[in-house]
Design a binder for this molecule. Structure first.
Ligand SMILES: C[S@@+](CC[C@H](N)C(=O)[O-])C[C@H]1O[C@@H](n2cnc3c(N)ncnc32)[C@H](O)[C@@H]1O
Length: 354
């Protein structure tokens, strides 16, 4: 792992400051800079959004909630199913590598040119995508936001992290970003049409939006993931839990339409069948499959525990028993399983009808 996690109580309250201007005047005080010292020397274009006055906020967002030894964020009213501890963050970083492989070693697909100026990564997680982006594009002022303060302090000078809930009113200026990026926000969002509309508003005319989302259903083309098997049930359980909490896991199948309804044009969908395990013949797919297997086996409990226990009401022992069956099934050589991972990118038109 990249060593970029933060444990509850590890940092002092000085480590987190709240940006007060636009956020609070809009009635949204839930924004905090996660690494205020980072980027101090840069000629920051972020100044117009962040406040001239900052205040310390309490340590409460680091008093994480706990469920059977796993920690979960504690910021505002938004609920999120994933833990924010070392084990969870390690899985995110494995996922980052896998997602880059899916995009042929690229961080994104949108044709934003070589010198983007302002870029936002919503739900940045450990911030690994934003860090790589900021390194690759020194021209850009990059912002990563998340509800968990799990981003590192040592980051490229052109990157800032903010603790911010993407479900609240966005306080970024309108027509501002060259690129707004999201990845794996399934099961986190109540209102996808609204989220896409907010992204649209914040992007400048001619700028791009990109979102990569996994279809949580594990499939096979040869009947080796039959209904009733642990891998088949995985998708059904997630979808059921998503419906129950009002935050769907079925995003990819609606994304194109929702992006067009939000006002984006030239929506491109790039879907890859990402194998689970080394069963494919093709070398690239075999490598992807190994990473996906590592991603899933590393994160089984991270992905499943909150949803199965807290949302679907399972006992802890039943959860562990199912996760063990799932692990055995994933590691078995008897299947040719895969998931679809879809990346969508779309442009905000230059001329927006009034
Ligand atoms: C599955 S992780 C993906 C992280 C990162 N995008 C990546 O691909 O590595 C989802 C992230 O979204 C964050 N998240 C969930 N709900 C959020 C919200 N309402 N606002 C901002 N971030 C949110 C979580 O804390 C978590 O870090």
């Amino acid at each position: 792992m990249s060593g970029i996690t933060a444990q509850a109580g590890e940092n002092t309250s000085e480590d987190v400051v709240a940006a007060t201007s636009t956020a609070q005047t809009a009635g949204q005080s839930n924004i905090a800079e996660a690494n205020p010292s980072a980027g101090e020397d840069s000629d920051s274009a972020l100044g117009e959004w962040t406040s001239s006055s900052t205040v310390s906020i309490s340590d409460t967002i680091r008093n994480y909630r706990e469920l059977h030894g796993r920690t979960y964020h504690n910021f505002g009213n938004t609920e999120y199913w994933g833990p924010n501890d070392d084990a969870a963050n390690e899985q995110l970083d494995i996922g980052h590598h896998m997602n880059n492989l899916i995009l042929d070693n690229k961080l994104f697909l949108a044709p934003i040119g070589k010198t983007p100026q302002r870029v936002l990564d919503v739900g940045t997680g450990t911030g690994i995508w934003a860090i790589d982006f900021a390194d690759e594009f020194p021209s850009a002022e990059v912002i990563g936001t998340d509800i968990s303060p799990i981003q590192p302090s040592w980051v490229p000078p052109n990157l800032r992290f903010y603790i911010d809930d993407a479900q609240l009113e966005w306080t970024f200026p309108e027509n501002h970003f060259d690129l707004v990026h999201m990845r794996t926000m399934i099961g986190s969002i109540d209102d996808w049409p609204l989220l896409y509309k907010r992204a649209f508003k914040s992007i400048k005319p001619g700028g791009y939006f990109e979102d990569s989302e996994t279809d949580i259903r594990i499939r096979s083309d040869n009947g080796s993931v039959p209904p009733g098997s642990p891998m088949y049930d995985w998708g059904e359980l997630f979808i059921g839990a998503g419906e129950k909490m009002g935050r769907t896991f079925l995003v990819a199948e609606r994304a194109k339409k929702l992006l067009e309804e939000a006002g984006f044009v030239d929506v491109v969908e790039h879907t890859v069948k990402v194998p689970i395990g080394s069963w494919p013949q093709d070398d690239r797919m075999k490598e992807l499959g190994r990473w996906n297997l590592l991603f899933l086996t590393t994160g089984l409990e991270s992905m499943g525990m909150y949803l199965l226990m807290h949302i679907l009401g399972w006992e802890y022992a039943a959860v562990q028993a199912y996760l063990e069956k799932m692990r055995t099934a994933l590691l078995s050589k008897d299947h040719q399983a895969y998931v679809n991972i879809s990346t969508f990118y779309a442009r905000k038109p230059e001329d927006i009808p009034a």
